[in-house]
Design a protein around this ligand. Structure first.
Ligand code: SF4
Length: 377
């Protein structure tokens, strides 16, 4: 099976920056970006990110605002916050912080390493340019935002360790290859897929690096969710679902509960000089991002907006005009914001607590989250 899969991958693989040059940092950034963003959409973000933060040290040393600004538009901002924090921890492991050894090179790792399911592997450096990268899955899983998929992807692709990297694509492919009727949202399905992949994974470093990537690519290009191209599949001879004519029935996925819908009023408060009032979210979705003024949990109409602003310190004579901007729905992973927007023109630059007036250019440069962009147009 692995021979057919790797031959197919050699012929059909798409070029990706972290695939073509799989340094630990490139794989870490690329795989985190790829988790909830399509490749075509993320590649320009990836390029900009790597220009601005070319090394993990540059990322660790950057202010969080700069990281969020580069990430703006890609969504799922917890990924950016966690990646930034992870970079800081890798560059400043807790046992070096106390000794003020910021970015100090660490002793080299032993020339060989093993894990539970591996043979002895040749020297693959975990220390480079003064950074000591985590060497085990447990160490990776202890970092913010690093789950089993990312840990497995970095360890297998960058360090050639025999670890599975199981995401939605791989769950689907593994369920079909095994004709496994387990609900793919359950831990049991994850366990089945992991065991199956490790059973078939090769043992030489070069092929270990490629195996997970080949399965991911097969899931993206051939074994797709709705129209798998079994006649083009290199694994058709091994596929139990195909042999039992059950491809169209797999994978099994229980219906998700609908996400809660949160009403939200979005206020673009324009000062006389054209600047817009912005606030930094301190909690919840879009935490640490600069957004327009939000009235969460309420859909206000224009008179209610006026009343609300009065309650926030604007006297009536300061509010010149309130103009509806329409409605927009933004879907997050587990929430839907149903937003109603208004442009409010005021005749003095009175700021609400924890807000700042910014020009449209400053707002764009600072990175406006996708959820807000509709109202900026
Ligand atoms: S034969 Fe079809 S269902 Fe089976 S792995 Fe290949 S594409 Fe997927």
């Amino acid at each position: 099976m692995k021979t057919e899969l790797l031959c197919w991958f050699a012929a059909h693989r798409r070029s990706l920056p972290w695939r073509d040059d799989p340094t630990p940092y490139a794989v870490l950034v690329g795989e985190i970006m790829a988790q909830q963003t399509r490749l075509a959409q993320l590649l320009p973000f990836y390029e900009r990110f790597m220009v601005r933060f070319p090394t993990i040290v540059a990322l660790a040393d950057a202010p969080l605002d700069d990281v969020l600004a580069i990430w703006a538009g890609m969504g799922y901002y917890a990924r950016a916050r966690n990646l930034h924090r992870t970079a800081q921890i890798i560059c400043n492991p807790p046992n070096t912080l106390a000794n003020d050894t910021h970015h100090k090179p660490q002793p080299p790792t032993p020339a060989t390493h093993t894990n539970d399911n591996s043979h002895t592997l040749p020297d693959i450096p975990h220390t480079a340019n003064g950074i000591h990268w985590p060497t085990t899955k447990a160490e990776w899983l202890a970092l913010p935002g690093i789950g089993p998929y990312t840990a497995g992807a970095v360890l297998s692709i960058a360090f050639a360790q025999r670890e599975a990297a199981v995401d939605g694509n791989i769950l689907r492919v593994a369920a079909r290859l095994q004709n496994d009727p387990t609900d793919i949202a359950t831990p049991a399905a994850h366990k089945n897929a992991t065991a199956y992949i490790l059973h078939h994974m090769p043992h030489t470093p070069d092929t270990i690096r490629l195996f997970n990537q080949a399965l991911m690519e097969l899931g993206s290009l051939v074994c797709t969710p709705t129209t798998p191209r079994c006649t083009d599949c290199p694994l058709v001879g091994y596929c139990q679902a195909h042999q039992h004519d059950r491809v169209h029935l797999l994978p099994i996925k229980a219906a998700k509960k609908p996400s809660p819908r949160i009403p939200m009023t979005v206020l673009l408060i324009f000062a006389p000089d054209g600047r817009v009032l912005m606030t930094r979210r301190t909690a919840g979705l879009l935490r640490n991002m600069w957004v327009f003024h939000l009235v969460q949990g309420e859909t206000l109409d224009a008179p209610a907006v006026r009343e609300y602003l009065q309650s926030q310190g604007y006297s009536l004579h300061k509010i010149e005009e309130i103009t509806p901007l329409g409605t927009f729905t933004h879907t997050f992973t587990h929430r839907v914001w149903e937003m109603t927007g208004f442009a409010v023109r005021v005749n003095e630059n009175l700021a609400l607590t924890d807000h700042h007036f910014r020009t449209p250019d400053e707002i764009t440069a600072g990175g406006l989250p996708s959820a807000m962009r509709y109202f900026m147009m």
